[in-house]
Design a protein around this ligand. Structure first.
Ligand code: CS2
Length: 499
């Protein structure tokens, strides 16, 4: 039996002979937690945790260990705790594979059983940064961007915070990421240990501002939170960031490959493409890891990078995912290899996205489009269409509908973007009404609004476009009213199943 990765077993492995296998640059046991991360999924482990390890190693600093907080289940914490926080990142290029073991996770916690420890760590004087990757839907926002206070998890966190502000000890486990964050900030305020920076690393437009507004709105709804709100205003910074790396779900085949390379089993393994990018707004309230030493770009204006990435990469990714799944392709690489689908993605970018973008300094947008499509074509990541297709109701407003609004405001009919909306609608219809098989498996709609969407998709196919465009949580009040958009989407939908 292959032994499990841990500090002890790793010490017994001779990595000298493997050019493509690297041990950790930082020993987790030798670090202090300086950063708390909310949402310990694969993306964080393949992205910010790697930058943080490289930055700490380059600076010779032991102050940037990470406390990784899982979101929905204890599973990731249970996978990583017996490994002393160590895990591998398997990088799959088009022709090369490498593995590195990352040592930046000092500790892991599941709020269901360790809320107190997480709050205390956010309130520790040695902690300076909280990062988040909790996915688009994790923020529990309403269609108008405000916190959804009717969400039972958020409501429970507000109740716990209210009790804590009255001086009661609320031991209730935190149930939502923003609830956990705000309760941590409250504890830090009480501890009076100084400012802190909250760095959103999700694919949301103006992601720093999004989180800042959620925190502010939430505090505005809590009786007795005025002093805390004033402290947050003065002492907490919310810079925006653009994050980029394709990180597919880890499969048993990836685990076997990594075990062969390392000689150890790794239940925390994550996989990524070779490309990685992080652009961070340099607006911190206190110390931060020197991420620029690890290749991140620290800048005063992230918005042009963020917008280009969401509108070019993520929007074409979703388009390929829906169209690809509808054609039965299991992976994004298969979808983009289909010339019809590649043409749709390219038209989206060329006809509707590029006219809405100002190129960030030093970025050639058409070259960027080509690079992105080439990254999608990497056959070895195995990124699936169904993975990218999930949560469309939360993703499309961020990656596609800004383009649609800008084009309509400029007097254009966003016909190519309408094709992407039609692709999503067709996928919603197929997965909720007629049935869809991808790669031999039946696919159901995986979406926080699945019930609402299934209801809208039921009924005569003729009114499908209008019924789905009327879902305000996705399209707002404005887009449902646009007859040009309606007609363009409907025409595209007719060319796809089910029309
Ligand atoms: C993808 C992203 O799953 C998705 O919705 O579009 O996760 C994408 O792979 C990353 O944003 C790439 O940086």
């Amino acid at each position: 039996m292959t032994p499990r990765l841990s500090r002890t077993t790793l010490a017994g492995v001779d990595l000298g002979g493997h050019a493509d296998v690297r041990g950790p640059a930082v020993d987790p046991a030798g670090t202090t937690v300086g950063l708390v991360h909310l949402g310990l999924g694969a993306f964080h482990r393949a992205h910010q945790a790697v930058y943080t390890e490289d930055a700490a190693a380059a600076a010779g600093s032991s102050s940037w260990g990470i406390l990784g907080v899982t979101q929905r289940s204890a599973r990731v914490a249970e996978q990583l705790a017996p490994q002393d926080g160590l895990y591998g990142v398997l990088t799959k290029g088009t022709s090369e594979t490498s593995l590195r073991v990352v040592g930046s996770l000092r500790d892991v916690a599941f709020p269901g059983t360790a809320t107190g420890r997480v709050l205390a760590t956010i309130a520790a004087p040695t902690t300076h940064v909280v990062t988040l990757t909790v996915t688009e839907k994790g923020y529990r926002r309403r269609g108008d961007g405000r916190p959804d206070l009717a969400d039972p998890d958020l409501a429970a966190d507000v109740a716990a915070l209210t009790a804590e502000l009255r001086g009661d000890v609320a031991s209730d486990p935190a149930r939502s990421p923003i609830g956990l964050l705000v309760r941590g900030l409250a504890q830090r305020h009480r501890a009076d240990v100084g400012p802190i920076t909250v760095v959103c690393c999700d694919n949301l437009a103006d992601n720093g501002t999004v989180v800042e507004s959620l925190v502010r709105d939430l505090l505005g709804s809590v009786p007795g939170a005025e002093r805390l709100a004033a402290w947050v205003e003065a002492s907490v910074a919310f810079p925006s960031t653009m994050v980029d790396r394709i990180v597919p779900a880890t499969t048993p085949a990836h685990r076997d490959e990594a075990a062969r390379l390392l000689g150890l089993d790794d239940e925390g393994l994550v996989v990524g493409e070779p490309f990685t990018q992080w652009v961070v707004e340099d607006r911190f309230a206190g110390p931060r890891p020197p991420w620029e030493l690890a290749g991140a770009t620290l800048t005063s204006d992230v918005a042009p990078f963020e917008r280009a990435k969401l509108r070019v990469l993520n929007a074409s990714h979703s388009t390929l995912a829906y169209l690809g799944a509808l054609r039965g392709y299991a992976t994004i690489a298969q979808a983009v290899a289909d010339p019809d689908l590649e043409a749709v993605a390219r038209a989206l970018v060329d006809e509707d996205v590029l006219p809405t973008l100002a190129a960030p300094d030093g970025l050639d947008l058409t070259g960027y489009r080509d690079d992105v499509l080439a990254r999608f074509a990497n056959p070895n990541t195995g990124h699936t269409t169904v993975q990218v297709a999930m949560d469309g109701s939360a993703k499309l407003p961020q990656r596609l509908l800004g383009t649609v609004r800008d084009r309509i405001a400029a007097g254009a009919v966003p016909d190519a973007a309408a094709a992407s909306i039609a692709a999503w609608m067709s996928y919603v219809h197929a997965t909720t009404q007629t049935g869809l098989e991808v790669g031999g498996r039946r696919v159901t709609l995986d979406d926080p609004l699945a019930d609402v969407l299934a209801e809208a998709a039921a009924g005569p196919v003729d009114g499908l476009t209008a019924r789905l465009l009327a879902v305000r949580q996705v399209f707002g009040a404005d887009l449902g009213q646009s007859t040009e958009l309606h007609d363009a989407v409907r025409a595209h939908l007719r060319t796809l199943a089910p029309a």
